[in-house]
Structures are given as C-alpha cells and as structure tokens.
Design a binder for this molecule. Structure first.
Ligand SMILES: NC(=O)c1ccc[n+]([C@@H]2O[C@H](COP(=O)([O-])OP(=O)(O)OC[C@H]3O[C@@H](n4cnc5c(N)ncnc54)[C@H](OP(=O)(O)O)[C@@H]3O)[C@@H](O)[C@H]2O)c1
Length: 369
C-alpha cells in the first residue's frame, strides 16, 4: 500500500523538496493533497505531475480535475481528510490553524512550520509529542533522542551557522541590503526564514520550538555557533557524554527521515565524507550583534501571549524589510516596540490565539505602515 501524503505549502522551498523525494518513489507514495496560497505555474505543474485528489488554496479558485478546499473552512476540511502523513511546510503564521486542527484530529504530522509550534505551545504542548520535526536541528535532536532515555538528558544544543553576517562588523549592520541578507552561506530557503537566519531570530524561534517539542526547560537549551553546519544538534547526558547528529547541509535529510519514518531509506543524497571535514568550530553567539536571539529566548521564558506577539511582529517586520520599507536594524526595533506595547492574557484556545495575532497585526501596523 502506498503512503498517502498531504503537503501544505507544496510550492515552497520545503514543499518542493518533499515532492522531489516523493517523485523518486512513485510505488511508495501517493499525493492526496497539494496546497499553496494561490494558483501559480508551479502549482499547476505539480497538479499535473502528482495528480492529487484535493488542492487547498488560501482563497478559492477553480481548478480542473481536483476538489479545491479554501479559507478557514477548507483548513478544517483538509485536517479531516484521511492521509498517512500530513506535512506542514506553510510559511509563517498561516501555518497555525493547520497544525492546530491536524493535532486536534490526531493526524500524523511532520512539520517545518516553527511559527505554529511557537504560537500553539501554550495550549497544545502535550500533543506535540506526536510531531515528527522537519526543522533540521529538531530532526537531528529527535533522531539523537531515539535511543536515549530522556531522564538522562542534561542539555540540548541547537547549532547555528551564524548566518551571512557572522563576521561582519556591527558598525556596518545599518547598511545591510536585502540582497546581502538573502545570501545565506549554507542553506537555500524561503525568503522569510532566510532573513530570520540573518538576524538569528530564527534560532531564537527554534529554541522556543525545542522547548515545546521536547518539553525541556530553557535553562537546558543552548545555542552554539557552528559555521560549518555539519553538526545539526547535540544532546548532552548527565554523565557528560555528548551525542551529536551529523549530515550534509540538505533539508532532504530531515524530510526523507519523516517521509519513511519509522523506516529509513537511501534517497540518493550526498553523504558526508568525514575525511574531507577539515575542522569543526563552536562559538558562543554574539548577542550584541544579534540581539533578537537573546530577546526571543527571554520572550520564550515569559511565555503566555509573548511568543505569539514576537512571531507576528517579526513576520511583518521582515516583510517590510524585504519590501525595502525599513532597514535591517529596524527589524529589532519594530519587534521590541511591539512587545512593549502589547498586553494580552495567556491564551487558552485557538480563538484566543487568533485574536492575539489580529490585535498584534494592528499594533505593528501603528508602528510601521
Ligand atoms: N526552507 C527551509 O529550508 C526551511 C528549513 C527549516 C524550516 N523551515 C520552515 O518551513 C516553513 C516553510 O518555509 P519555506 O522556506 O519552505 O517557505 P516558502 O518557500 O516561502 O514557501 C511557503 C509555502 O507556503 C505556502 N503558503 C503560504 N501561505 C499559505 C496559506 N495561507 N495556505 C496555504 N499555503 C500557504 C506558499 O504558497 P505560495 O507559493 O502560493 O506562496 C508556499 O508553498 C517555514 O515555517 C520555515 O521556517 C524552512
């Protein structure tokens, strides 16, 4: 029997890499649903190639030969379909409702959408145990923890390449262009996560994601700069042993792990040649240069509505930067000012979270138009 897969965000960087692997194993996978925000040539080509029964679109559009689901009702319908695996590769806050309904319906979910984990952590934390992480660092830790009794875990280390500005002088940060910030040294990703990787806020979101996914206190979560990006995660045990996960820098490693889970398959990716690795370096992050990393961890510790406010403010600020409306350093300023202005009760439901998201959008709108 072929595994039925539903891919949310199929036209994006992660989504296309999921389909890249599925395409190589037509006898093992069947695509039940594709999804994107809008109709595009890429989506049309994917529909022709993979012949899904359903397509989810943010806004309804007629498409020949498939049942189109759309809007908020469509998210609920999507989450009630029968699939062996749902992949959430939607970018940003739009991934929140998908993850919520999929987990509430007990579906098997592999997710790259860290924003949903960060926003839903306060209300759905318990259900996160069922998730197969797709973020490379979290997949690395998940794989490392496979054979470890969690009571022996002392610390979890998330590695970061340091992004394109690791060695840039702070004095030059004010002149950073969109093009420079999009030029990540190790990973080719969607635009939003690439900018988050340049400010290191991405790593801050990943710390919050790890806190909720692995149910581990912030004190035991460490970030280490590792420019070679060969080690993706480390687990330190109480006896001082440290177990590490290594692979080439390619998202298809965590993706193939999730697609074939609990089995493993050689999908033909470039393997690490240990004899070619000249050095492995580890540094402490410079939070003067990258204050968003420190801020995100503080916000994670505060919990409540704060991680949601952070996520929304960042998404809007990054879009404004990409549109050329604010500078690189303004991303921090917009987020910080939003966090100072926002005051919300701890969310108890999805509706509370959606309310916080909408109200935060209004606050950010008043700061940056
Ligand atoms: N890229 C990576 O290597 C990587 C690594 C780790 C984690 N992640 C995480 O994975 C997620 C996706 O990242 P990405 O880089 O793949 O983003 P991306 O390239 O920008 O792709 C985003 C995808 O989401 C779709 N989408 C956006 N809004 C939607 C909506 N309301 N309903 C349905 N689909 C929607 C987009 O459709 P359109 O094409 O129509 O806009 C596109 O297919 C993010 O949370 C990111 O942090 C990515």
């Amino acid at each position: 029997m072929r595994k039925k897969i539903a891919i949310l965000g199929s036209t994006g960087s992660v989504g296309c890499q999921v389909l890249d692997i599925i395409d190589k194993f037509p006898n093992q996978f069947e695509v039940l649903l594709l999804s994107a925000s809008k109709v595009s040539e890429k989506l049309i080509n994917q529909i022709k190639r993979f012949k899904p029964k359903y397509v989810y679109l943010k806004e309804y559009a007629n498409l020949d030969g498939v049942k189109v689901l759309s809007g908020r009702e469509g998210i609920k319908e999507t989450a009630s379909l029968y699939a062996d695996l749902f992949v959430n590769a939607v970018s940003g806050i739009d991934g929140v409702e998908f993850t919520y309904h999929l987990l509430q319906n007990g579906k098997t979910l592999a997710t790259a959408n860290k924003e949903a984990i960060v926003c839903l952590g306060e209300i759905l934390g318990e259900k996160f145990k069922e998730i197969i992480p797709l973020d490379s660092e979290h997949s690395a830790i998940y794989q490392t923890l496979e054979n470890i009794n969690f009571e022996y875990v002392k610390n979890i280390y998330l590695t970061s390449s340091g992004g394109p500005f690791l060695n840039k002088d702070l004095k030059e940060f004010k002149n950073i262009t969109v093009e420079e910030a999009l030029n990540h040294p190790k990973w080719s990703m969607g635009r939003k996560i690439t900018i988050d990787s340049a400010t290191l806020l991405n790593k801050g979101l990943e710390v919050i994601e790890a806190h909720y996914l692995f149910n581990i206190p912030y004190e035991n979560l460490k970030v280490v700069i590792h420019p070679q990006s060969i080690i993706h995660g480390l687990v330190e045990l109480i006896d001082g042993n440290i177990c590490a996960h290594l692979s080439d820098t390619d998202m298809r490693f965590p993706i193939s792990y999730a697609l074939f889970y609990p089995e493993r398959k050689d999908v033909g990716l470039k393997k690490l040649n240990l004899f070619e690795i000249q050095k492995l370096e580890f540094f402490e992050p410079d939070t003067k240069k990258f204050p968003l990393l420190k801020l995100a961890i503080e916000i994670g510790k505060k919990g409540g509505a704060y991680p949601i406010v952070l996520t929304v403010a960042d998404e809007i600020a990054v879009n404004k930067f990409l549109e050329g409306k604010i500078g690189f350093l303004d991303i921090y300023k917009v987020i910080d000012e939003t966090l100072n202005k926002a005051s919300f009760e701890k969310p108890k439901s999805l509706e509370d979270i959606l309310y916080i998201i909408e109200k935060t959008k209004q606050i950010v709108g008043g700061i940056v138009c």
